[in-house]
Every structure is written in C-alpha cells, then in structure tokens.
Design a protein around this ligand. Structure first.
Ligand code: IMP
Length: 197
C-alpha cells in the first residue's frame, strides 16, 4: 500500500519511512505525487490539525495520507504555545527568539512544568482514521542549555535524564520524546489495521 506524508519537510519523510520499515506501506512525499498545497492549520488541538492535514492530502490524491502535529505546552502559559508553537511571537521570530520569549513570559514563575506533545493521524479513502498521541513531560529551564538547535530543545529539561533535549543525542531523545512515543504507537496501530485488510 502507498501512503502520502502531508509535509514539506523531507526529514519527517525519511523518519516515517524508517519507522514503517517491515510493514507493507510505502511512504511517498507530496512531490512524489506532484502535490503542492498549503493547508491552513485552523484547529485548536494537535488532533484537529493533524487530521486537517492528512484529510486534505487524502482528498486531493485519493491515496491514504498521514500527517503529524506537535508542540510545547507550558502549564503556567495556560498550555501555550501549544498548537501555535511554530508561530509563537509572530512569523518573524527564529527558533531562538521563540524560546527566549517563553523564558521571558515565565520570568518570576516557579511552576516550570511543561510537556511536548506529538499527534500522528492517518486517513484512508474508506473513512478509516488512525490517531496516535505521544507526550513527554518535563520542566522549562531558567536559561538555555545544549547545542541541539531545534525549536524549544534548549529550554526543555527531562528531569530523570538531567538533560535538556538539546543536550541529548538523537537516539537518546527519540527513545523518550513525544514524537518517538507517538511513532511507536502509530506503527503498532497501523500494523494491526493492515493485518485486518
Ligand atoms: P510542527 O509539528 O512541524 O508544526 O512543529 C511544531 C513546532 O513545535 C516546531 O516548529 C517546534 O517549534 C516545536 N517542536 C515540536 N517538536 C519539538 C521538539 O522535539 N523539540 C523542539 N521543538 C519542537
């Protein structure tokens, strides 16, 4: 079976292909099927946004489609930036600008609890929907730590590891991250569904 991944990010496609190895599922990029659409993420939850993306691509291509949506939820910011993680502070900011804004908005705040969330949704032309959610709880640091430069990694501390995401190797992070957890659940559920067909 073929499945289109709703993303312009080639890293996500490589990651999904590796994850689904061994299952009867070939992961195609939007370019592989000559698709070029901008889907507006108008949902208020990660579930809604990943469903909007997967459903749009499924409807445009007639093929099964998969999408993910993720972000950082900080308790003292009312769960924000949440689904707005990529756009926090406006379009003009860099990743560094965005995590500095989180630190600034948490100034004087003792509750540093937070979690990363990732939701993966697959939509099939027959109406079947598979959704998998992964979470990773942690704490927001007072200052950035580590060399990893993706998103909010330098300010997200995993207390049991005594490291921020930015101080971990890719392997260390994948083993406990929201995305790693969602991916593992997704593979399991997709495998079960493919057996039923
Ligand atoms: P999207 O799911 O590709 O829309 O990404 C959402 C945003 O959440 C990213 O642009 C990052 O700012 C943030 N984010 C999601 N996962 C991570 C992570 O593992 N580390 C750091 N930031 C992340």
């Amino acid at each position: 079976m073929k499945m289109v991944m709703a993303t312009k990010n080639t890293h996500k496609i490589v990651e999904m292909r590796a994850l689904l190895e061994g299952l009867d599922m070939e992961v195609l990029s939007e370019a592989d099927v000559d698709l070029d659409i901008e889907v507006e993420e108008t949902g208020e939850t990660f579930e809604e946004n990943s469903l909007i993306k997967a459903k749009s691509v499924m409807e445009c291509t007639g093929l099964p489609a998969v999408a993910d949506d993720s972000g950082l939820c900080v308790t003292a910011l009312g769960g924000g930036p949440g689904v707005y993680s990529a756009r926090y502070g406006g379009e003009g900011l860099t990743d560094k600008g965005r995590y500095e804004l989180v630190l600034q908005n948490l100034k004087g705040q003792l509750d540093r609890s937070a979690k990363f969330v990732s939701v993966i949704t697959a939509c099939f032309p027959n109406g079947k929907v598979i959704t998998a959610r992964g979470e990773c709880p942690g704490l927001i640091t007072y200052t950035p730590r580590g060399d990893g430069d993706f998103g909010y990694d330098p300010i997200f501390l995993v207390p049991e590891k005594r490291k921020t995401f930015a101080e971990m190797t890719g392997e260390e992070k994948n083993a406990i991250s929201h995305r790693g957890r969602a991916m593992a659940k997704f593979r399991e559920e997709l495998g079960e569904y493919l057996k039923e067909l």
